[in-house]
Ligand binder design. Structure first.
Ligand SMILES: C[S@@+](CC[C@H](N)C(=O)[O-])C[C@H]1O[C@@H](n2cnc3c(N)ncnc32)[C@H](O)[C@@H]1O
Length: 399
């Protein structure tokens, strides 16, 4: 754990880990320490120290999951044997039997796409399951799928039943996977201690602090604060809590529209800003669905949908700002280039050097997204310029 923190650098994963560890330590001090010092229990402090508590908590949190609204979070024997695969599970858990029309899928997965054909497999717990510490299918073409078994009405009504359904054919001897949800690599590493290559749900976070750092390199603190306030008064916010707001960049390198709007407001010329400020002040509360659209020549319009304005928001200066944000975020990885990281990842053995492998994978996947963000910003600036040229030409033709 200590190692991951130092290698991932200043990423949000490190910060989250630090905060988690502080909370777990507080828990330990409050709940366990009094037991160690309590005379009648005579607990051996060697087994109940803060590090042992942290290890136990990590183990529990990587194996427990939200069962349903009724049960909340819990540990389910057998269910926790399955390893995760993003978007390609073989086995699915649901808190009520499959034919009893339910949307109680564990992890919020939808079952509609699954074809429970007669080729489905039955899972059996056997000694060889234990060998790999993950679940392997005992496959037979004629085995009946669990979901094809008769489901008694008693079972259907039993809230303590958790159904395990094989949703795909699995080759004999192959590992059977579940999915822990649509999680990016930082979330997978934080919650479960591993990452996946080419994870389609991967994201990079850009903290609001980073945006303010960029803004203060161009404008006064007063300017940045006033523009941020206006953005907030327009009912925009980043992800996360008020104390640590951030913006997500998708695995395709696309920034959230809220970030684009903030950048536009930061970059507005004073006159346009004052005009917008006045508009907001006189209009009172803006509803969530109303968004401002700021066009390239700084005029302001009020539009109804957020997506409608995305292209208009991607002006040359906003795209330049995105490039700067990508550079600031990239600087968090230290002096090693992405090529250095890729080489180190190739040299690294996933089984022998687990921590090194997964932290390198996180760095590489995040940095690849930052590369895509740069490509996105450059291409968007180009299309914005083209659109402007075409519109200018059209206007000239009309006059
Ligand atoms: C619910 S357990 C799964 C069973 C686990 N293999 C075991 O040893 O009991 C979750 C843990 O399994 C490991 N794990 C699950 N899926 C993985 C994957 N795709 N790659 C690497 N490790 C994985 C991680 O250590 C994770 O914290």
């Amino acid at each position: 754990m200590r190692w991951i923190r130092s290698y991932v650098g200043l990423s949000s994963t490190r910060q989250t880990m630090k905060e988690d560890k502080a909370l777990v330590y507080e828990d330990w001090k409050e709940c366990i320490l009094p037991l160690i010092t309590s005379a009648p229990l005579e607990l051996n402090p060697k087994f109940f120290g803060a590090e042992q508590y942290f290890a136990a908590k990590s183990l529990i949190s990587s194996r427990s999951f939200e069962i349903d609204d009724y049960h909340g979070f819990g540990m389910v024997a057998l269910a926790d044997l399955f390893n995760h695969k993003t978007g390609a599970e073989d086995v699915h858990f649901t808190s009520s039997p499959s034919h009893c029309e339910s949307d109680n899928d564990v992890d919020g997965n939808n079952n509609d796409e699954y074809d429970n054909s007669e080729d489905d497999v039955q899972l059996t717990q056997s000694s060889h399951l234990r060998r790999n510490r993950s679940l392997t299918a005992l496959v037979g073409k004629n085995f009946h799928s669990v979901s094809n078994l008769e489901c008694s009405s008693a079972l259907a009504d039993d809230p303590t039943v958790l159904e395990m359904i094989i949703v795909k054919n699995v080759k004999a001897g192959s590992e059977v996977f579940n999915t822990y949800g649509s999680l990016g690599n930082a979330a997978l590493l934080h919650r479960y201690g591993f990452t996946e290559p080419d994870n389609p749900y991967d994201i990079v976070n850009i903290d609001l602090e980073v945006v303010l750092q960029w803004s203060s390199s161009l404008f006064s603190d007063r300017h940045s604060r006033a523009r941020l306030l206006l953005w907030k008064r327009l009912n925009y916010s980043g992800c996360g809590s008020q104390n640590s707001e951030y913006f997500e960049i998708s695995s395709q390198g696309e920034p959230e529209v809220e970030l684009l709007i903030l950048l536009c407001i930061m970059l507005l010329p004073e006159e346009a800003y004052c005009k917008l400020d006045l508009t907001v002040a006189t209009a009172g509360n803006f509803s969530k669905s109303v968004s401002i659209i700021l066009s390239g020549n700084s005029s302001i319009a009020v539009g109804e949908t957020l997506e409608m304005g995305k292209n208009l928001l991607l002006t040359r200066s906003v795209c330049d700002a995105l490039l700067s944000l990508a550079d600031i975020r990239e600087s968090f990885y230290g002096s090693n280039s992405i090529e250095d990281d890729i080489k180190a990842l190739r040299r690294c053995c996933c089984n022998r050097e687990r921590k090194l492998y997964h932290s390198l994978m996180l760095r590489v996947s995040e940095r690849k997204i930052l590369e895509k963000l740069r490509t996105y910003a450059t291409a968007s600036a180009q299309s914005f310029e083209n659109a402007r040229r075409i519109s200018k030409r059209k206007k000239l033709k009309r006059t």
